[in-house]
Design a protein around this ligand. Structure first.
Ligand code: G6P
Ligand code: MG
Length: 217
């Protein structure tokens, strides 16, 4: 088999975007301003550091390096508290169907995420064993839309980038997959993710025969 599949985590495998949102909103409120769901769209696929930079720009707040570092820590402490009790019930619909099918066909599977919390989350929802390769926020220097995260994943999978299929819910993630020369599949709003090669609302719309068309044996 020459094909590899790469999954983003947040918004593709689990719906952690709501917890990221709560933690950022809490910080914004403490700093005296609102943070809306619409603004949270900009944070999808974006590194923690970049998210804080955007948040402070929204609130028109100038931070010292010390404040910046402590707010980064505070946001993550709050986020970790929100996800502490996550379990298998928070896996997005039909994700196990797709993972099971790929595993049964012996197709290599990677995670390609910007999150530094990826591994503990996969452990909480009991999906870690599906992944042959994990590339996350701890392994990359350039954030999506840079293709680095997916190119490292392809290399570790031993699959050529052009034979990798990427599932992504973020605009920056689709751009990263396209820049890597991979086949991008948007999960979510097709209008927002209009740069993707294929679009699906969620995995319930993805048939096993469609997956077969992507696999080169
Ligand atoms: C994902 C999420 C982003 C988040 C980033 C970093 O890409 O979509 O919203 O900011 O990961 O996550 P972390 O868990 O390291 O703060
Ligand atoms: Mg995502």
């Amino acid at each position: 088999i020459k094909t590899g599949f790469i999954f983003d985590l947040d918004g593709v495998i689990v719906d952690t975007a709501k917890y990221h949102y709560l933690a950022w909103r809490k910080l914004a409120n403490e700093l005296g301003f609102e943070f809306t769901h619409e603004q949270n769209e900009l944070f999808k696929g974006v590194s923690r550091k970049r998210c804080l930079e955007i948040l402070l720009a929204i609130g028109k707040i100038k931070a010292t390096q010390e404040q910046f570092d402590s707010w980064m820590i505070e946001k993550n402490v709050d986020y970790l508290a929100y996800i502490e009790n996550m379990d298998v019930s928070e896996i997005l619909p039909d994700v196990p169907k797709v993972l099971d099918y790929l595993k049964h066909k012996n197709i290599p599977i990677a995670l390609g995420s910007a999150s530094k919390n990826a591994k503990p989350i996969l452990e909480k929802v009991n999906l870690l064993s599906y992944f042959d390769v994990l590339v996350d926020g701890n392994n990359v220097t350039k954030a999506k839309p840079d293709p680095e995260v997916f190119l490292i994943a392809a290399k570790q999978l031993g699959v050529k980038p052009c034979n990798c299929i990427v599932f992504e819910d973020a605009v920056a993630g689709i751009e990263a997959a396209n820049a890597a020369g991979m086949i991008s599949i948007g999960i979510g709003d097709a209008e927002i993710l209009n740069q993707a090669k294929y679009n699906f609302k969620d995995f319930t719309e993805i048939s096993l025969s469609f997956l077969d068309t992507l696999i080169i044996e």
